[in-house]
Design a protein around this ligand. Structure first.
Ligand SMILES: Nc1nc2c(ncn2[C@@H]2O[C@H](COP(=O)(O)OP(=O)(O)OP(=O)(O)O)[C@@H](O)[C@H]2O)c(=O)[nH]1
Ligand SMILES: [Mg+2]
Length: 406
C-alpha cells in the first residue's frame, strides 16, 4: 500500500481560494471540512491561507506573492504538509513542491490517504490501492520517492528505458493486476448478493459522519464501528432486521463527500452496487450541520452518477438533538432572517414539506422518534414487499393494525 501513514501527526497548513463560485463564507466552510479531513488523516492544522482568485495560476495554482508568504511560514514553523482544497494538476503539484519544499497534498490525495488508513478488509484495501495507483500514474514525474519500495527488483529496469517509463510500466501492471483481483471479488460479491434471497434490501446512505452506522446499531442492535471522524465506515455491513414481523436486509455503506475523487467512485463500484441494487434508500442527513442542504445535493449527485437517483427514498434528518438555529431577536429588524435562523418546525414547512410522507426527524443517539422511524420504514418495506409478492399480502398488516386481531 502506498504511503498510508504519510501525513500522520504532521503540522499542516490549508490553502483555499475565494472566487465567484465560492465567496469568503463558503470558502471558510470548505476549509472547515478540509480541516476535519486533515484531522481524520492525523494532521494538525496550524494556519489557513486564502486567496481571491478567479483563474488559477497554471503553474502554481495560487499567485506568486501568496506562495512566497506560505513558503516563509512553512520554513519558520516546520510544516510537514501544505494541503490544497482543490485538485492540483500533476505539474502544479510538482512546481509547488519545489517552491515550498514540503509535501504538497490536494483534496483528492487527502481523501485517498484517509481511505487507505481506514480500509480494513482486503477487499477495501484493494479498492483503495487501485484508486491510489490511478491517481499516481499521471503524477509519476514528481513523485519518485513513492516508488522506492516497488522499484529495485533485479531486472526491473529494461535497457534504454528511462526511470519514469519503468515506473509507469510498473504502475500500469499493478493497476491491471488490481483490476483483475477486483473483478474476481466483484463476482463473488454479486453471487453473495444474489444468495440473499427474496428479502427486501434497504440501504443507509448519506454524507460522511451523519450517523448512518449509529442508526444501524440502534436498529439492528449490532455493533458497527461509528466515530466522530470522516469515513469511519468503508466496508459494507449487511444485517437482517425485523420490524414487527417483517424481515428485511439493512446495509450500512461508505459515506459520501463533496468532490468525491472519481478514482474512488470507480474503484468502489461494487460497494456502491449495494446502493444501486437496493429496493429502498434511507438518505440520512445531519440536520445539525450548517451545510446540510449542500450535503444533500452532493449525495444526490453521486446517486445520479451511479444511476440510483430514482429509487424510493426516505429522507432521515438525524441529530435533531443537537440542532440549533442561530438566535434572532424578535425586535432585531436589521438582521435579515435566513434559513440559519429557522426552527425545526420552520424547516418542515420549506421544501421538506414537498417530500410528503417520506421524511423523518430523529436522533439516533438519543433514540428520539424511533417509533416513527420504525413505522415509516415498515410501511415502505411492506409496500415494496406486497408489490413484489402479492400472494404474501396477508402476512404483513398495516403498522398500526393490532396484531392480535389477525
Ligand atoms: N448529537 C448526535 N450525534 C450523533 C447522532 N447520531 C450519530 N451521532 C454522532 O455522529 C458521529 C458520526 O456517526 P457515525 O454513525 O460514525 O456516522 P456515519 O454516517 O456512519 O459516518 P461514516 O461511516 O464516516 O460515513 C458519531 O460521533 C456519532 O456519535 C445523533 O442523533 N445526535
Ligand atoms: Mg459509518
Amino acid at each position: 500500500m502506498l504511503e498510508t501513514q504519510s501525513i500522520e501527526y504532521e503540522k499542516a497548513v490549508l490553502i483555499g481560494i475565494i472566487n465567484h463560485q465560492q465567496n469568503e463564507e463558503k470558502s471558510k466552510e470548505y476549509l472547515d471540512e478540509l480541516e476535519f479531513l486533515t484531522f481524520t488523516a492525523g494532521g494538525q492544522v496550524v494556519k489557513r491561507f486564502q486567496q481571491k482568485l478567479d483563474v488559477p495560476n497554471p503553474k502554481t495554482f495560487i499567485g506568486t506573492g501568496k506562495i512566497e508568504e506560505i513558503r516563509e511560514f512553512i520554513k519558520v514553523h516546520e510544516i510537514g504538509s501544505a494541503i490544497f482544497d482543490d485538485e492540483l494538476s500533476p505539474a502544479q503539484q510538482k512546481n509547488i513542491e519545489k517552491i515550498l519544499k514540503c509535501k504538497v497534498v490536494d483534496r483528492t490525495y487527502l481523501i485517498l490517504d484517509i481511505f487507505a488508513q481506514r480500509a480494513k478488509t482486503s477487499y477495501a484495501r484493494t479498492q483503495v490501492e487501485l484508486a491510489q495507483y490511478e491517481y499516481l500514474l499521471p503524477r509519476l514525474t514528481g513523485l519518485w520517492t513513492h516508488l522506492e519500495r516497488q522499484r529495485g527488483g533485479i531486472g526491473m529496469r529494461g535497457p534504454g528505458e528511462t526511470e519514469i517509463e519503468t515506473d509507469r510500466r510498473i504502475v500500469r501492471d499493478k493497476i491491471s493486476l488490481l483490476k483483475k483481483k477486483l473483478k474476481t471479488i466483484d463476482k463473488q460479491m454479486a453471487v453473495q448478493r444474489g444468495n440473499r434471497g427474496s428479502l427486501i434490501r434497504v440501504s443507509l446512505i448519506g454524507y460522511t459522519n451523519v450517523g448512518k452506522s449509529t442508526l444501524m446499531n440502534v436498529i439492528s442492535k449490532s455493533k458497527v464501528f461509528a466515530e466522530n471522524k470522516l469515513f469511519a465506515t468503508l466496508d459494507t455491513t449487511v444485517r437482517k432486521v425485523v420490524i414487527r414481523n417483517l424481515p428485511f436486509l439493512l446495509t450500512d455503506t461508505v459515506g459520501f463527500i463533496r468532490k468525491l475523487p472519481t478514482q474512488l467512485v470507480e474503484s468502489f463500484k461494487s460497494t456502491l452496487d449495494e446502493v444501486r441494487e437496493a429496493d429502498l434508500l434511507l438518505h440520512v442527513v445531519d440536520i445539525s450541520h450548517k451545510n446540510f442542504e449542500e450535503h444533500i445535493s452532493s449525495v444526490n449527485g453521486i446517486l445520479e452518477d451511479i444511476k440510483a437517483q430514482d429509487k424510493p427514498t426516505i429522507m432521515v434528518f438525524n441529530k435533531i438533538d443537537s440542532y440549533q438555529a442561530e438566535p434572532l431577536d424578535e425586535d432585531d429588524l436589521s438582521t435579515e432572517k435566513t434559513s440559519a435562523h429557522f426552527s425545526l418546525e420552520e424547516w418542515k414547512n420549506t421544501w421538506m414539506n414537498k417530500l410528503g410522507d417520506n421524511v423523518l426527524f430523529i436522533s439516533a443517539t438519543e433514540k428520539e422518534n424511533m417509533e416513527d422511524f420504525k413505522r415509516k420504514v415498515y410501511e415502505a418495506v411492506r409496500k415494496i414487499h406486497i408489490t413484489r409478492f402479492p400472494y404474501n399480502n396477508f402476512l404483513y398488516p398495516e403498522y398500526d393494525q393490532n396484531f392480535e386481531e389477525l
